[in-house]
Design a protein around this ligand. Structure first.
Ligand code: HEM
Length: 504
């Protein structure tokens, strides 16, 4: 009798827990389509990529209604992919306020990693961080030497790996998995450009901050904890989470020590603000008490993370797309080889139309930040005149969806066609700006909170492609089939390619 009662009570409490976790708050706009909860949980038992999940469950309702209700990271939220709604949200940051994990799930592993920083905060703190960091992120003339040097080094490493890659049992040529070296390249360029520090990931083996990135990326997107962040409250029960907190702290302390012990300070104390790097600007703000130690650490970490990972994953997508789309690869190489210099300066790469178009198109079909749900309504809102949203509701956007929508980009929306951007660089840039303002092209977001590193990222990509295509050609390794990440940053997983020197 007692056993039966215990079992019944167990079921009852489990039922109450399920209800508490998954019930839809009554004041959410119920006329919006509801994405079934299992779609959000699918990565727990299936390895579908974001593209497959989007196509199967999200595309139709989002294209028809522009917004849906979706259960995301432990709560019901509104996800938007109609340009009119998107621009309304992006223009209205006082109503749809940025609120990252530090607000949503402050006890979690991810919150301990990112803290309150320039990307995820709102109001006075955002203004303060922007005033300090912006001059280091938006420069008229970034030093392109580190980009060129590190890109050349990456190409040499990839070629060497190709040389030693073994044939498989069938005698097929071996391939090179590109991601780990691309990560090292992206960290090195970020370090020299924003932290005034050469991590030398491409030169040395076992650079700990770089090794930690691989662990961190795996840890953050573990489906169980990503979907049930409440579990992070119990690190004593879930020991892997206890380890995760330790890893985040190790990364923070390592980075903090590297930056604070860098002899940059004496060297550059008298330099003009336009020459200063983000780390130095933050350090000066810390010294005069504009920000405290916690704010310093959080902004240092977010600079490290955001300034390398998005470019890293865009490069992975580039290897995939141009490795299977040889027509574009060859056309791009013809443009690059047609330039009579080996030195890709800013002026040189910014004058190249097909290079510009290819990168814009890569960002359209493979936006690294494909979806974010990190805004909260500060008051009741009426989106688009008919979606009534209560205060304290989480609202997010889907860039991938709007950028492959055939109603917006035409019947070829899902095809890779750089030519759609026009023929001259001016024409392309005008289209880029127009589509961004209209909310139809948002790889860097738009309006008030758009990316501050956009110019840098485009330049870094142009230089990398210039160096790469001048020296090598590549195809996708025949054992590799595309699998995109199931959530988080959008990119092919484990892309493997076969390189050849251009002259071969
Ligand atoms: C391909 C590369 C990149 C992509 C696709 C990208 C994309 C984005 C997106 C979508 C946002 C908006 C995030 C949100 O709404 O919460 C953003 C914000 C931001 N990005 Fe980037 N980013 C890239 C590279 C960089 C780089 C290299 C930096 C340099 C440090 C950077 C710095 C920032 C900052 C500071 C913000 C916050 C701006 C604000 O809220 O005022 N990004 N980025």
């Amino acid at each position: 009798m007692t056993i039966i009662l215990t079992i019944l009570l167990g079921f009852f409490f489990f039922g109450v827990l399920l209800w508490y976790y998954f019930h839809i708050p009554g004041d959410l706009p119920r006329h919006l389509p509801l994405i079934p909860v299992y779609v959000s949980l699918i990565s727990l038992w299936n390895d579908m990529g974001q593209d497959e999940i989007y196509e199967r469950w999200l595309r139709k309702p989002l294209e028809k209604h522009g917004a849906v209700l979706i259960w995301f990271a432990g709560r019901w939220s509104i996800l938007v992919a109609r340009p009119r709604y998107l621009t309304e949200i992006f223009r209205n940051e006082d109503l749809y306020a940025k609120a990252g994990s530090q607000v949503k799930i402050p006890w979690s592993v991810i919150a301990s990693l990112v803290g309150d920083n320039i990307i995820n905060t709102h109001g006075e703190n955002w203004k303060l961080y922007t005033q300090i960091m912006k001059p280091g992120m938006q420069k008229r003339d970034f030093d392109t030497n580190p980009m060129v040097r590190k890109s050349e080094r990456l190409v040499d490493i990839l070629l060497e790996k190709q040389r030693v890659a073994k044939c498989n049992d069938l005698g097929h040529e071996g391939g090179v998995a590109v991601n780990s070296d691309v990560q090292k390249w992206a960290i090195d360029v970020m370090g020299e450009s924003f932290l005034d520090y050469d991590f030398q990931c491409l030169e040395k083996s076992h650079v700990r901050v770089e090794e930690l990135q691989t662990i961190i990326k795996k840890t953050l997107f573990q489906p169980l904890y990503f979907n049930f962040p409440v579990l992070d409250k119990y690190p004593n029960i879930f020991t892997s989470r206890r380890r995760a907190f330790v890893i985040m702290k190790e990364f923070e302390d390592k980075l903090y020590n590297i930056v604070l012990t860098n002899p940059r300070k004496e060297r550059q104390a008298t330099e003009k603000i336009k020459n200063k790097q983000v780390a130095q600007l933050l350090e000066e703000a810390l010294d005069v008490g504009k920000i405290n130690d916690t704010q310093f650490r959080a902004n240092l970490k977010i600079t490290f993370l955001t300034a390398h990972e998005n470019v890293q994953q865009l490069m992975n997508s580039t290897f995939w797309e141009l490795g299977k789309n040889l027509e574009v690869q060859n056309r791009l190489r013809t443009e690059i080889l047609g330039v009579e210099t080996d030195t890709p300066t800013t002026e040189v790469v910014n004058r190249m139309p097909y290079l510009t178009a290819t990168i814009f198109e890569l960002l359209r079909l493979y936006p690294p930040v494909s979806q974010l749900i990190n805004r909260v309504t500060l008051q009741p809102a009426v989106l688009g005149g008919d979606i009534h949203i209560p205060a304290r509701t989480w609202v997010g956007w889907n860039a991938y969806g709007v950028q492959i929508d055939k109603n917006i980009w035409g019947p070829t929306a899902q095809e890779f066609i750089p030519e759609r951007w026009g023929t001259t660089v001016d024409e392309m840039q005008a289209k880029f700006r127009k589509e961004t303002v209209r909310g139809t092209y948002i790889p860097f977001n738009a309006h008030t909170r758009k990316c501050l590193g956009q110019g840098f990222a485009l330049l870094e990509m142009k230089i990398m492609l210039f160096v790469l295509l001048r020296k090598v050609k590549w195809t996708i390794h025949q054992d590799y089939t595309l699998k995109l990440t199931p959530g988080g940053i959008l990119a092919p997983i484990g892309c493997k390619v076969v390189f050849r020197r251009v002259e071969d």
